[in-house]
Structure formats: structure tokens, C-alpha cells
Design a protein around this ligand. Structure first.
Ligand code: ACO
Length: 319
């Protein structure tokens, strides 16, 4: 049997940090409100000239270096982003050119905050098919570009960044199971309902959200999809060493862990430092916990995404 394994991860966070106190100086909010409602203390914000592919490049190089591989070893590139550099070509194609390689398939996945989990599941299936041996999967976002900085209800929640993972074909399972879902009937609770038409933006270029509806749905589907993924392997929540849910909000993460009966000590949390980086949040958290030695070889990690669409999914990996 052919399986895929994560053999290297990497991160890139723009150097500029914006604290809650700095936001409170610009809009009617407070550090206390943001921390108690979301767990967020600060976020990284890209410079105006930095694009998603600019952030994806160092994260990808770091992941390849951790894997001991060169860009020329990659035969599949998937970039998960909702803030692509252009309408087209895809951010994955732009990243491929920046990595100095050509020929391998490269495409973007648009599943908002579930994007990296979607990308990992898709790359796993490409590798299991036997046609691909080394996939680069990246979540990269400049969400600061699609925020209405006059809307305190959403502007305080997000940040920019990129995380990457390299998957290689192996005879031992790394990715043990995955499950992906979507329900487009919930499109209205989280969206950027705009487009480019005739040289102008039609609709709105800014993120709109019904926070309470998102909260409820997120906790419900993160619980369900974790159990569904474990059931594929005949495992239970007791068999997970680490849970890395999408980093939207510390209260969503905690409520999900409570529902699953997973102890808080098994959670990797970065939302306090990074805020919600959408498709980048899960690979950024995975990379951090691998590099600081919390996640060790042989341990089982449940990665979970949930986001606009509505989309959700989980991937269970053995490191
Ligand atoms: N600072 C101060 N006050 C604020 C702010 C702010 N940044 N934002 C909203 N408020 C005010 C509101 O105006 C409202 O005031 P009012 O009572 O005078 O009308 C009050 O705070 C309560 O507002 P609610 O929206 O009811 O606040 P709630 O307790 O629901 O918390 C939050 C809002 C944090 C967004 C919550 O709904 C939530 O966590 N939702 C999940 C959404 C999320 O995390 N989305 C991320 C993207 S989705 C994803 O990644 C899956």
C-alpha cells in the first residue's frame, strides 16, 4: 500500500505585530473585550506590498528544508487561500515560479478556513494514487486585505500568515484518515460577497459574519467530523495525542475539546498570538508544536478545519 506522510513543515508570519491595545487606539474596542471573547492578544499584519505567495514562499522553503528536500523534488503544489494574489493565475502557480520549478500540477483550493485540511486530504489522495510522490501543501492568507477596519465586530479577529507541509509517499501510514464536508446553504453567515466586474468591485469586498451562528455551527461540525474521522480507523478521542482545530477563537477551540472529551493539555493553541489566519492557522499551529518539541514522532494528531462555505473537515495523522 502507498500512504502519505508529513515529512516537513514551515511557517511565515509577517514581522509587523498589531496588539489589541493598538487596535483599541484606532476603533471602539478594548484589549479586555477581545481577549475575553476570543482569546486573541495580537495578530501579524502583512505590508501592503506582501501577497499570499510572498508569505507562502518562505514557509514552503522552511518545510522543504525540514524535510531535507529541494524544490525540484516536489511534484504537486496545492495552495489553500481565500486571499489569492490575483483573480488568476492561481497563487499555487505563482508560488511554483517563485520556487524556481516547473511542470508539476499546481492549483489553489478555496475552502476558506478549512482550506489547508482540504488541501492535505486532496494531496493524500493524489499520493495514494501512486501518480505523485511529493506534495507541497500550503495555507497562505493576507486576510487583513478583506477586513472592514471600521467594523469592530470582525476587524479584531483576523491576522496574516502562511504555513506549509511536505507530504511524501511512504509504505507506513502518516495520514490515517480524512473527512471533508460542505453545506452551501450556510453561505450567508460568513462571506465576502463581492466580485470584480467591468473594472470595479461589485457587491462588497469586505468580510461579513454572523458571529453567533458561526460559533454554534463550528463547534457542532468540529465535534462530528473528528468522531467520523476517528471511526474510519476504529479509534476514539482517547487515542489522539494532540488536537489542532482551526484557530478562530479560543472559546470555539475549548468548546470543541469539551464536547469531544479531550483534555485542554492536548490542544495546540496559537490564536492568542496569530489571531485567525484562516487557511494558514492549522499549518502554523502544527509547525509551531513540531518545532517546540511538543509533537513527537509516532504521535497521533487530529487536524480540523471549519470555515466559510460552510466547509469543514478533519485529517488524522501519525507523525
Ligand atoms: N469590541 C468591543 N465591543 C464589540 C466588539 C469589539 N471588537 N465587537 C462587537 N462588540 C459589541 C457589539 O457591538 C455588541 O454590543 P451591543 O450589545 O451594545 O450591541 C456586543 O459587543 C456583543 O456583540 P456580539 O456580536 O453579540 O458578541 P458575541 O458575544 O457574540 O461575540 C464574537 C462576538 C467574538 C465574534 C463571537 O460571536 C464569536 O466568537 N463568534 C465566532 C466567530 C468567529 O470566531 N469567526 C471567525 C471567523 S469564522 C471561522 O474562522 C470559522
Amino acid at each position: 500500500m502507498i500512504y502519505s506522510r508529513i515529512v516537513g513543515t514551515g511557517s511565515c508570519l509577517p514581522p509587523k505585530i498589531v496588539t489589541n491595545a493598538e487596535l483599541a487606539a484606532q476603533m471602539d474596542t478594548s484589549d479586555e473585550w477581545i481577549r475575553t471573547r476570543t482569546g486573541i492578544r495580537q495578530r501579524h499584519i502583512a505590508e501592503a506590498s506582501q501577497t499570499s505567495s510572498d508569505l507562502a514562499l518562505p514557509a514552503s522553503r522552511e518545510a522543504l528544508s525540514a524535510a531535507g528536500l529541494a524544490p525540484s523534488d516536489v511534484d504537486l503544489i496545492i495552495v489553500a487561500t481565500s486571499t489569492p494574489d490575483y483573480v488568476f493565475p492561481s497563487t499555487a502557480c505563482l508560488l511554483q515560479a517563485k520556487l524556481g520549478i516547473k511542470g508539476c500540477p499546481a492549483f489553489d483550493i478555496q475552502a476558506v478556513c478549512s482550506g489547508f485540511v482540504y488541501g492535505l486530504a486532496v494531496a493524500d489522495k493524489f499520493i495514494r494514487s501512486g501518480q505523485h510522490k511529493c506534495a507541497l501543501v500550503v495555507g497562505a492568507e493576507v486576510f487583513s486585505r478583506i477586513l472592514d477596519w471600521n467594523d469592530r465586530g470582525t476587524a479584531v479577529l483576523f491576522g496574516d500568515g502562511a504555513g506549509a507541509a511536505v507530504l511524501r509517499a511512504d509504505s507506513r501510514p502518516g495520514v490515517m484518515a480524512s473527512a471533508l464536508h460542505a453545506d452551501g446553504s450556510h453561505a450567508g453567515i460568513l462571506s465576502v460577497p463581492g466580485n470584480v466586474c467591468g473594472g470595479k468591485v461589485t457587491g462588497s469586498p469586505f468580510l461579513r459574519m454572523d458571529g453567533k451562528a458561526v460559533f454554534k455551527l463550528a463547534v457542532k461540525v468540529l465535534d462530528e467530523v473528528a468522531r467520523e474521522t476517528l471511526a474510519q480507523c476504529g479509534l476514539t478521542t482517547r487515542d489522539i495525542d494532540w488536537l489542532i482545530p482551526h484557530q478562530a477563537n479560543a472559546r470555539i477551540i475549548q468548546a470543541t475539546a469539551n464536547k469531544l472529551g479531550i483534555d485542554a493539555s492536548k490542544l495546540v493553541i496559537t490564536v492568542d498570538r496569530h489571531a485567525n489566519t484562516s487557511a494558514a492557522s492549522v499549518p502554523l499551529a502544527l509547525d509551531l508544536a513540531l518545532r517546540d518539541g511538543r509533537i513527537r514522532p509516532g504521535q497521533r494528531v487530529m487536524l480540523e478545519g471549519v470555515g466559510g462555505g460552510f466547509t469543514w473537515g478533519a485529517v488524522l495523522v501519525e507523525m
